[in-house]
Design a protein around this ligand. Structure first.
Ligand code: C2O
Ligand code: CU
Length: 486
């Protein structure tokens, strides 16, 4: 029998403000999360990642071979898989073919020591061609994460410098399968087999430049064969530099297990807006033999089938769908009574408005060089990052006291969506005046046009932590800053 309960409805009252309709969600399944896990040190397996140009013919490149930049030989994207308690021990080597093309690895979403965070100039020296850098730390959380460079990001991400990190140990009962779906576009001109520009003036001043080739794990609408009627864990990662997707599943029943890798009480899944860098773990009841379930992006550009699921074997289950939950997160609970409140406003600059308008009039080409030298489209609290990279460091956006709880009010005063990412910490979404979402933990909050949302966290990790929009063309054109926790 399917037992479900209703989640509490209603607004959240904070500092006198009522943000109505914020965190209502439809219905939850009944089974409770497992207790938070203990961090017990395990073994360490050293890994090597060599950043290099590797000419690659991904299936979605339509027969062309492109000069991808990647971390490893073999299948793209690379997947690093550890158990909770094991150390991530990676030797990065830069073998890129361009002199001065430095690199680094940012372990997105992992709450790690500051000197492992991979932001050049801010926390480590940039790794130049011919150089190495050793990362070695114990990830404190289970879940689905990813890694990418934090240098010349539009191009390095555009060419494929990214991979998946999975920290295992979070299940309370095994699922019938566990698969990664790494979703992104490619800036490839399928007629010529060349890269398109990774940045455009129009894209940088608006929602970003969308790639024409859609893919999951490097293929167009791939088929995944699942055990018939099994409960299958799907780890969806939006690895795109730009595109916000609205993900749903047609002809299949699914539940949300985790958001950005962090467990939630399983929730019925209908659709989810997945911005760049965001992840969602689902459990899908695989279709019966002969039927097909489909993964769909239903965003403004229309319905796109990203992948489809078929079934093999004898049906595994005939019971009602009541998915096994994960273990609860092990993140400090912010104290809302004593929290310090800070405001952050995300906006386009005046210069950004003018340049975007000129680009609309077809003057984009002439203004391209100006744009690249100005980097001034976007700002946080009226401050724009001075350069597209990290060599010139501005002062921090805010100084945070170590151990103190914070509530950040995030205000989007622009007609575009911004996935707002914090390094080294995990937010808890506590209210929003727009989208209906469950309360959950997140490292990248999708802030809708004109939305105001509140997130809370304990500033328990000392260091300089980037705080930026994860639409790379916004990030590299001003919408980037950092917080200092001391
Ligand atoms: Cu995934 Cu600062 O980024
Ligand atoms: Cu943005």
């Amino acid at each position: 029998m399917l037992t479900r309960r209703k989640l509490v409805a209603g607004g959240v009252i904070l500092g006198g403000a009522v943000l109505a309709g914020a965190l209502n969600w439809r219905r939850a399944y009944n089974r409770k999360l497992g207790p938070p896990l203990k961090l017990i040190p395990g073994k360490t397996q050293p890994l090597q990642l060599t950043v290099a140009e590797r000419p690659t013919a991904l299936p979605c490149f339509g027969g062309h071979t492109l000069p991808m930049w990647s971390f490893a030989d073999g299948t793209w994207p690379p997947v690093i898989r550890l158990r909770l308690g094991e150390r991530l021990n990676v030797m990065l080597e830069n073998r890129l073919p361009r002199a001065d093309e430095y690199t680094s690895i940012h372990w997105h979403g992992l709450r790690l020591p500051n000197n492992q965070d991979g932001v050049p100039y801010l926390v480590q020296k940039p790794v130049l061609p011919g150089e190495k850098f050793h990362y070695n730390f114990m990830p404190p959380d289970t879940g689905t994460f990813f890694f990418h460079t934090h240098c010349n990001t539009a191009e390095q991400l555009g060419r494929g410098l990214q991979g998946v990190v999975i920290i295992d140990g979070d299940i309370t009962e095994p699922y019938d399968t566990d698969i990664v779906l790494f979703i992104r576009d490619w800036q490839v001109d399928l007629a010529t087999g060349q890269w398109n520009p990774f940045v455009t003036l129009r894209g940088a001043g608006r929602a970003g430049t969308y790639g024409p080739v859609r893919s999951v794990n490097g293929a167009v609408n791939p088929e995944f064969k699942l055990p018939a009627s099994g409960d299958c864990r799907l780890r969806l990662i939006n690895g795109d530099p730009t595109r916000v997707m609205k993900i749903s599943i047609e002809d299949g029943e699914a539940a949300i297990l985790a958001i950005d890798g962090f467990a939630v009480q399983p929730l019925p899944f209908s659709d989810w807006s997945l911005g760049p860098a965001m992840r969602i773990d689902l459990v899908l009841r695989a279709p019966e033999t002969g039927k097909i379930a489909r993964l769909i992006d239903q965003s403004m550009s229309g319905r796109v089938e990203l992948a489809h699921f078929t079934s093999i074997g004898e049906p595994l289950s005939t019971s009602d769908f009541d998915p096994a939950p994960l273990h609860a997160v092990r993140i400090s609970e912010p104290d809302l009574d004593t929290a310090t409140h800070l405001d952050f406003t995300f906006e386009r600059t005046d210069e950004g408005q003018i340049l975007a308008a000129l680009a609309d009039d077809g003057l984009g080409g002439a203004l391209g060089a100006l744009c690249v030298s100005s980097h001034g489209f976007w700002a946080i609290n009226d401050r724009r990052w001075p350069d597209h990279d990290h060599a010139q460091l501005p002062p921090p956006l805010a100084l945070l006291d170590r151990g103190q709880s914070y509530v950040f009010t995030l205000r989007n005063k622009s007609p575009f969506t911004h996935p707002i990412h914090i390094h080294g910490h995990t937010f808890k979404l506590i209210s929003s005046d727009k989208l209906t979402r469950p309360e959950h933990h997140t490292d990248t909050l999708l802030l809708l046009p004109d939305e105001t949302a509140e997130v809370a966290f304990v500033a328990d990790n000392p260091g300089n932590w980037m705080f930026h929009c994860h639409i790379v063309e916004h990030q590299e054109n001003g919408m980037m800053g950092y917080l200092r926790v001391a």
